[in-house]
Design a protein around this ligand. Structure first.
Ligand code: ATP
Length: 442
């Protein structure tokens, strides 16, 4: 398996407009990233693929877009104010702050990962630090106006459980899914867009009868694993990891992570948990509202259990980029290809005039380009010689290059070059739409 380094990916992302450091001209903001022209397309395609798979291609899941700011009582009920904390210690030598559970060493004898000094956790016990970002609503900045930037999108779903069920006349089992920004004041962020302080989540809560939760949990694990594989992730770089009982969150009955082999090792892409009725029970108690479900068949009233697939858009983007990157030797020179799945490729086709100073070639190229762009994401590029233009498109994953040359003016045919095989076909312009449609693009 060819191995790509994080440096290579970070550098490609910056050079070709996938990801930039936030506020870079001011020296950057720690672990916050901006998505450039190609990154925003990639993320949009990932989110679309998820939305199709989780909502449109099923008939039992509804979409939602709840607000980032929520009533502070939500976070009390969910346990985030009390429990969403990391244990932190300061290194006595260099004064840098770390997560105690990430320090190298054993038991209470740990070492500073930066300066190597000994850290004795018995005499220097970790302090708990809440990961939620705070802000204030209204004109007065005091504790009564404190609100939080949500650390997960899930709670927006739980508090809308009854709204969605009633407005959509839903019976169990059914789910609610949403994609949106979340914020965590991570203490040890890093690895580029893997762990950041502002990120996007794709989460679904699938409500079931308690007795069905085990089976449905397994179904979701399978479905979510297949989603990554169907979008081209190499099977040997994807694995499932079941949480041991001492690792489970206190409310979870079971949890399985989908992990990807990143350049820095196996790490979590997505978690799929059986959260029992913890969240609905907490919200019912704290809000005083009845969130039980009345089974129309048995007339039994109960709180549904919930299965939660929870993934990150940014982590998925990183995995797809790493997985797609390859270098090849072609005629003695290096060719970089981003072999992204057709659904994920930011640009589907590029139209390239072979000679930009021949008005008839330019005119014909522009006509093809304006025709195609009504159907697919297509770019017009005349900023270099054809060999260079091909390489530039390969490097960003563009699926097809359509070249107009002198011959095209006579026979109305263009050259269509495919990214992975570099195979070239001469296609009549009238057939171009059909040709790309056959490839599943237009
Ligand atoms: P980790 O253990 O890596 O911190 P987690 O178990 O806390 O992750 P969850 O709370 O289960 O993560 O969040 C669900 C998903 O949201 C994760 O699988 C990941 O894809 C994404 N995610 C969570 N935190 C971050 C972050 N700081 N940056 C980017 N994505 C994140």
């Amino acid at each position: 398996m060819p191995e790509v380094s994080m440096d290579t990916i970070v550098s490609l992302c910056k050079r070709r407009g996938f990801v930039f450091q936030s506020s870079e001209i001011y020296g950057g903001l720690g672990s916050v990233w901006d998505y450039g022209p190609l990154g925003v397309e990639l993320k949009k395609n990932i989110k679309n693929a998820w939305w199709c798979s989780v909502i449109y291609e099923r008939d039992d899941v509804e979409g939602l877009d709840s607000a980032i700011l929520m009533h502070p009582a939500v976070w009390k009920a969910s346990g985030h104010i009390e429990g969403f904390t990391d244990p932190l210690v300061d290194c006595p030598a260099c004064r840098k702050r770390f997560r105690a559970d990430h320090l190298p060493g054993e038991g209470n004898c740990r070492r500073c990962p930066d300066c190597g000094a000994e850290i004795d956790l018995e005499n220097n016990p970790p302090r708990m630090f809440n990961l939620m970002l705070k802000t204030f609503l209204g004109p007065v900045e005091d504790s009564s106006s404190t609100v939080y930037l949500r650390p997960e999108t899930a709670q927006g779903i739980f508090v809308n459980f009854a709204n969605v069920r009633n407005s959509r006349f839903r019976k169990l089992p059914f789910g609610i899914a949403q994609i949106g920004k979340s914020f965590r004041n991570e203490i040890t962020p890093g690895n580029f867009i893997f762990r950041t302080r502002e990120f996007e989540q794709m989460e679904a809560e699938y409500f079931v009868k308690p007795e069905d939760a085990g089976v449905v949990h397994q179904e979701w694990i399978k479905q979510r694993q297949e989603w990554y594989l169907n979008l081209g992730i190499q099977p040997e770089r994807l694995r499932l990891r079941e949480h041991a009982s001492n690792e489970l969150a206190h409310y979870a009955q079971a949890c399985t992570d989908i992990e990807y082999l990143f350049p820095f090792g196996w790490s979590e892409l997505e978690g799929i948990a059986n959260r029992r009725d913890f969240d609905l029970r907490q919200h019912a108690e704290h809000s005083g509202k009845d969130l039980t479900y009345l089974d129309p068949a048995t007339k039994e009233r109960f709180l549904p259990y919930v299965i939660e697939p929870s993934g990150g858009v940014d982590r998925a983007a990183l995995a797809f980029l790493v997985d797609a990157y390859r270098e090849e030797e072609v005629k003695g020179s290096k060719r970089v290809v981003l072999g992204l799945h057709p659904e994920l490729a930011p640009i589907k086709a590029a139209v390239l005039p072979l000679l930009r100073n021949r008005p008839e070639i330019v005119e014909m190229s522009r006509k093809i380009y304006t025709g195609l762009r009504k159907k697919i994401v297509v770019k017009y590029d005349d900023t270099g010689a054809i060999g260079k233009l091909y390489r530039r498109q390969d490097e960003i994953g563009t699926l097809y290059c359509v070249t107009v040359d002198v011959q095209s003016l006579e026979d109305n045919q263009v050259t269509v070059r495919e990214r992975d095989t570099m195979r070239q076909d001469r296609i009549n312009v009238e057939r171009l739409n059909e040709y790309l449609t056959d490839k599943g693009l237009a």
